[in-house]
Structures are given as structure tokens and as C-alpha cells.
Design a binder for this molecule. Sequence first.
Ligand code: NAD
Length: 479
Amino acid sequence: MDTGHHESMSLREGIDRMVDRAALAIGLNPETANVIQSCNAVIQLKFPVCIDSKVEVFTGWWAIHSAHRLPAKGGLRFAPVVSQDETEGLAALMSYKCAIADVPFGGAKGGLLINPGNYTEEQLREIVRQFTIELARRDFINPATNVPAPDLGTSAREMAWIADTYKTLFPDDLNRDACVTGKPLERGGVAGRTEATGKGVQYALQEFFRHADLVAGAGLRDGLASQRIVIQGLGNVGYHTAKYLAEEDGCSIVAIIEHDGVVVNDNGLNVHDVRQYLAETGGLKGFTGGGYSTQGELALEMECDILIPAALESQIHAGNAMRIQTKLIVEAANGPITYQADEILRERGITILPDIYVNAGGVTVSYFEWTRNLSHMRFGRLQRRLDELRGSNYLSALETLTEKEVPDKLRREIMRGANELDLIRSGLDDTMRMAFRDILDMLRNNAHINDYRTAAYAIAINKLAQSYYELGLAVRKDS
Ligand code: NAD
């Protein structure tokens, strides 16, 4: 797959240019923008692990972009292509994401240069254990300062191993569970974290479609139902995004692009079947529920209503941006559109909902998990039965006053106290709605801004600048 070799600009440089563009639009002075762009700290680790009686040396990074709020939070990526530059860029995205979603964390990112598919589960556990020990030794993992989460190539399983290792190292740390988020439920995780990023993408789209003028402005017809969607990547984020949009909003997933090609079905693919096939065979080849082709990258250029890249960065670049035929791009992945491609797409009038807003659901629910770990109590434990009692009292009052019986289905709804998942989903939905409204306000109130990405960046750098002014780390001299 083409990963944007047409451009000399790295992911980090591209993100810096996006900051420059927003800084110019809001009149933030370049000196402050430079402070915001700088990555505060980065550590590179090389550590040996014994694999099959041979010693292999692994290379990993942890980058802290901003520490104005603590802990610094970031996804931990396991991939055969990871670098310090990329890790720094993704850490910066995290700072901006937290600011937009109003999550009180600094931004960080971790990376390990590895192809996880080449190792057994046992070997991976040992590698994760060793990486955790190396990070923890230097205080680069700690509930108060640095808290990783799942990302490309990692999942709840790896987070459980990290939590376990940390617990062995620091058994008397009362808050040890909060050293990592995205853990399985039985290891101190929270309901709804696994699917949080995909759910957040769905909430972002639902919020966008609540604004008929914006939908029309993007050249789309009203309503999410039956919008034709192409999705790239059916991993954690892509799968949950596609599943919820198809099952709950009635969207039609017409193409799914994976590492070995694409499956297309004009009548809509069964997302669950594709996912199962992928899990069983490791690829899409041979899937019978749609037409298969090895030309995955060409499928990005298919005519559709909404294109959702949910795999890797730099998938839409200067080389293919002119041929993209969708009306709306929803960046579920981090950095799927290069800076140059972004300029081309803006010029062509294609609407883009940016990564720093769209995929903030993961870190938002990580924030909920972290607070749950610190409080040592499940959300809703104190008020659930009280809510039920209150609902039951309302019902009795209503039935007494009206002398009518409330239908069973409604009765159950009114009487149900919120469980943890209800509360998590409600908090996530609220976060995505509020963040979108902030972006919209910025867009409408600033004559120099006419796209969602620049508006989102403007909010983020404005918030970071305020923090830095308060801390004396930057000097207020904006135009
Ligand atoms: P994942 O490892 O679960 O899934 C990635 C999927 O992409 C896999 O199915 C893989 O086979 C597929 N893929 C790999 N190369 C591909 C290619 N060339 N073309 C098409 N598909 C390809 O990772 P994820 O957690 O779903 O992350 C996906 C993206 O979302 C990344 O950019 C990540 O940084 C971002 N993200 C993830 C989270 C999270 O909570 N997991 C949160 C925010 C952002």
C-alpha cells in the first residue's frame, strides 16, 4: 500500500504545519506556537529479550509532548514501522485531542518496533513485560505521570500484561491499576472502553448529521441512514465504527479495505462476517460476501458518500488526493491525510472531520477508566438503585393521578437505573457533542477559518497557550 512517499514532509512536520495554519488564523504569535509544537521529552529504549534461546534486541520509544496536565496519556503502538519522529508526532496529536475533548491530560505516545504477528503469545508477553520494566524504571510509566493505552497492534491483552508487571514492581502503590487504561474488565478496566473510539466516531457523525446546513454544505443528503461508506482498516477502531454505523444508523458499508486488498458490495457488506473471516484467515482474500480485489489503495478513490480511514497514517497523500471521490472524510485513524493532501482536498471542497476530534473517544473513555481506578469504585454503584426507586415513585404518582397504567416497555425504561455502560456512553456522547459545538463556534466566529481541522487545531492551541501563559512557559504577545 502507498504510504505517501510522494512527500518529503514527515507526519510530525505535517502536524506542525497544521498548527502554524491555525496559529496564523487566530493571531497566536509564532513564538508561542513554537513552544506548543515542541515535544517535551522522549526516551528511546533498547532492551534484550530471549526468544527461542536467542537474544533479540528491541527498540521502543515513549514521547511526552506536553506535561502541562498530568498524567501524560498516549496510545502504545506495536508496528514494524515506528520511529521517534512518528511517535513525537502522534504524541502531539494526543495533546491537541485532549484539549479538544476537555480531558485533563497531557499528550504522549509509545511505540515498539515489532511485527507482533511474528511472535507467539508467550513471547509477546515477555517482550511487553520487559518493555514495561524498562519504562517503569525510568518513571515513564506511572499512574500519576505517564499512562499508556491501546493503539495500533495492541489491545486489552497487552494492557493487562502491563498492569500486571507494574503491580509486581509496585505492589504497595494504591493506585497501581491506573498505570494503564484499556484494560480488560476483570483487570480494572471499564465497560465500553474496547469499542470507545469507534463509538466516538459514530457519535461524531451523528452530531454532524444533526446540522442539516452542514450536511448540505458537504454535498450530502439528509440523515445518516443509507449513506454509502468506504472504510479502511477493520481493526479495533474500524470494526466498531463500521458495526455501529451499519447496525444502529442504517448506513451501508459498501467497501472494506484491509492490508491484503478490498471487498466491495454495493448492497452493503455484513461487517460482522467480514471481521470473522479476517480473524479466521488473516485477510480478506476468498471472502464470498462481496467482490475481492488486491487493489486496496485504489478503493480509497471509490465514489462514495463517506470515506473513513481507520488504519494507518498518510494513506491519502499528494499522489492520490486529486482522485478521491467522496464527499466527507472522517479521520478515525491518526494522521491518515498528509498536510499536502489536506491542502488539495480543502481546495477541492471535500469536507474533512479531523482525527484530533473524531477519534477522541478512546482517550475520553480512558479518562473515565483512570478516574474509576483512582476512586476504586464502579460508576453508578451509589446511585443506581436510588434512580430505580425514584423512577418507581414517578410511575406510581403518574398512575395514581391519571388512573391509567403505563405500558410495560415504558415502565421498564423509566424504572431502570443507569449502569456503568450507560454512564460511560452518556459521558462519551456528551463529550463528542460538546467538542463539535466548540469547533463549530470557532468556525463560525473566525473569518480566517473555513475548515473543521483548522478550527479544531485553533481550539487546541488556544487552550494549550492559556496553560503555558499561566505556567510562565510562554509570553502573551499575540496580535
Ligand atoms: P488495530 O491494530 O486494531 O487495527 C488496524 C487494522 O488496520 C488491522 O485490521 C490491520 O490489518 C489493518 N491494516 C494494516 N495495514 C493496512 C493497510 N495497508 N490497509 C488497510 N488496512 C490495514 O489498530 P486500531 O487500534 O484500530 O488503530 C487504527 C487507527 O486508529 C490508528 O491510526 C490508531 O492510531 C488510531 N486510534 C486508535 C485508538 C484506539 O483506541 N485503539 C484511538 C485513537 C486512534
